[in-house]
Design a protein around this ligand. Sequence first.
Ligand code: ZN
Length: 267
Amino acid sequence: MADQALWFAFKGDWLLVFENGPVRVPFADELNLDITFRWEIGDLDGHTCWAVETGSEAPEGMVFRDLRSFFFGVDETFFRKAGRAKQIVGWHATHRYCGRCGGKTEPATGELAKRCTRCGMMHYPRLSPAAIVLVRNGEKILLARSPGFPPGLYSVLAGFVEPGESIEEAVGREVREEVGIEVTNVRYFGSQPWPFPNSLMIGFTADYAGGELIPEPGEIEDAGWYGADELPEIPVRVPARISIARAMIDDFVEQHGLDPEDLKTPQ
Ligand SMILES: [Zn+2]
């Protein structure tokens, strides 16, 4: 039934899925939901997919779940599609009215945009680019923990790009602000959409260029240099295929002849 449409239906930030078995979203004709918005978001396994906003309660046998709970339960393609749907539904929910004049917005034709019915201003989904950087110092990498992390957890540094700033400048500023050191040789690693709520994580590696590690009060509670065989607890709860931070650390570990699988703890 290749023409059946899949519904990525959100209530707030949570996605409607079947309660039991592998994570699965419903086909449109499997249920009767009260739909307040929908937008086509491409294909998955030959099925057309829709981002859907609903105010309905979960039907029998289904639940609304946070996408974070899927990190280990779904493949990356599904996670990406669900993340795209989440961001589009979230954009719809926060752009019912124009930010300039307060007029009602309506869908624009032919593009992912809304037009203000009063002043004509166009409103597009907001993306927030963030720089994430793995800093190397010889055979060691910089890992730090923010006060909001789960106990014991360390990761690479990250921060949002500010207006007027290049992504490379954001890397240098974030590292300087958060731990007080300078970096050089900023090189692109890869990028990843991160739908919590609308980031695009842009990953870099960089080399230590000077200064002493001084964690920024309130932002970073500890930072240090770690070799591949002496890593503290890193984001093992988030697989590399889902988290670019984890992918960067795994890459470093592999370059030192170790197996990232050894870092992973059972769920
Ligand atoms: Zn307006």
